[in-house]
Design a protein around this ligand. Structure first.
Ligand code: CAA
Ligand code: NAD
Length: 304
């Protein structure tokens, strides 16, 4: 007796086109490493000046990476020039979210603010093809809070990169209860192809790294506020005494003080009984004064 086999209803996920939304500190790096790995990249920004500066950042970083490869004898100048053209050709830029309609994976790296991310995901879910996977680069927000508004929590993961994306080798993949196994495996394949190591974690505040790292940055800020040591001495101490590549206040400037503040304010509001979540008054004052760290030219340090 012949039996008919029905194909499983699970969609087939295959990543060829990667959409990146937000070309700031993180998004430009995510777009670049994806294009370098051979993916077609659609890079989307909200406003023309930010799109222009994202483009410039990608260009500058790619030139730096390739000239370093030439310097080290890993590539000839001609090969580097060809590679630059090839990588650049893989990236298209747009101010229109609809440009992502046939992306296979969309990585979101927009501002760390739930009131911005929720409407964003509602809109994204209605524009992008139904089999596309969404990955949020949020540092601290609960992924489930915007996975549901996207309309496809089963195709949603946290995809948490580290700054600077071009150099940092880790990506945290946050797996929701709803994330389909095939989606998770496809995303793992993407992370491997861009040359990063993946770790998996649950949808908890700060995942693994930020849950441990951000409270340490807070403690350094409080130490400075109490006048126990200078900014420079706190940083040198953690570099030479604990082997950290950057001291905590240098790192806070590097991450962006606005992002640090968004993370901590969000946590304090959502988890008021967690003693590790504190907003240092010096952090709030710096951000209120427009001092956002390296990206604005001043934070705990003055940046040239
Ligand atoms: N693009 C391309 N090349 C870059 C680059 C970029 N964006 N940034 C640096 N490089 C190049 C440099 O030109 C340099 O090239 P040469 O070796 O030819 O000089 C090379 O990479 C190394 O740069 P540095 O000399 O600055 O190297 P370093 O040894 O000081 O390392 C670092 C830099 C990797 C950033 C290191 O200082 C470090 O690991 N710092 C800590 C970073 C960290 O903790 N990041 C995580 C932040 S938390 C986070 O991201 C999560 C969150 O949600 C907030
Ligand atoms: P950023 O301020 O440098 O860049 C955010 C970009 O998003 C800006 O260029 C802005 O124009 C754009 N944007 C805002 N709303 C948008 C919208 N609706 N559509 C399209 N573009 C929009 O911020 P960042 O540091 O790159 O952080 C982005 C995300 O990555 C945040 O969720 C942050 O928590 C997370 N993250 C940051 C770091 C870090 O070290 N800075 C590390 C890991 C993760």
């Amino acid at each position: 007796v012949q039996q008919r086999r029905t194909l499983a209803a699970t969609p087939h996920y295959d990543i060829k086109k990667v959409g990146v939304v937000g070309l700031g500190l993180m998004g430009h790096g995510i777009g670049l490493v994806s294009a370098q790995a051979g993916y077609e990249v659609i890079a989307v920004e909200a406003q023309a000046p930010a799109l222009e500066s994202g483009k410039k950042r990608i260009d500058k970083s790619l030139s730096k990476i390739l000239s370093k490869a030439v310097e080290k004898g890993k590539m000839t100048l001609e090969a580097a020039e060809k590679e630059k053209e090839k990588v650049e050709r893989r990236i298209t830029y747009s101010l229109d979210l609809a440009a992502l309609r046939d992306a296979d994976l969309v990585v979101e790296a927009i501002v760390e603010n739930l009131d911005v991310k929720i409407p964003f995901y509602k809109q994204l879910g209605s524009l992008v093809k139904p089999t596309a996977i969404f990955g949020s680069n949020t540092s601290s927000l609960k992924i489930g809070d915007f996975a549901a508004p996207s309309g496809r929590p089963q195709q949603f993961v946290g995809l948490h990169f580290f700054n600077p994306v071009q150099l940092m080798r880790l990506v945290e993949i946050v797996r929701l209860h709803e994330t389909e196994p095939a989606v998770f495996e496809t995303v793992r394949g993407y992370v491997a192809r861009i040359g990063k190591t993946a770790v998996t974690c649950q949808d908890t505040p700060g995942f693994i790294v930020n849950r441990l790292l951000v409270p340490a940055l807070v403690q350094a800020m409080l130490m400075k506020e109490r006048g126990e040591a200078s900014v420079e001495d706190i940083d040198v101490a953690m570099q030479l005494g604990a082997g950290h590549p950057m001291g905590p206040l240098h790192l806070a400037d590097y991450i962006g003080l606005d992002t640090c503040l968004f993370i901590l304010e969000g946590w304090v509001k959502k988890y008021p009984n967690e003693p590790a979540f504190i907003v240092p008054s010096s952090l709030r004052a710096l951000v209120q004064g427009g001092k956002l760290g390296r990206k604005s030219g001043e934070g705990f340090y003055v940046w040239e």
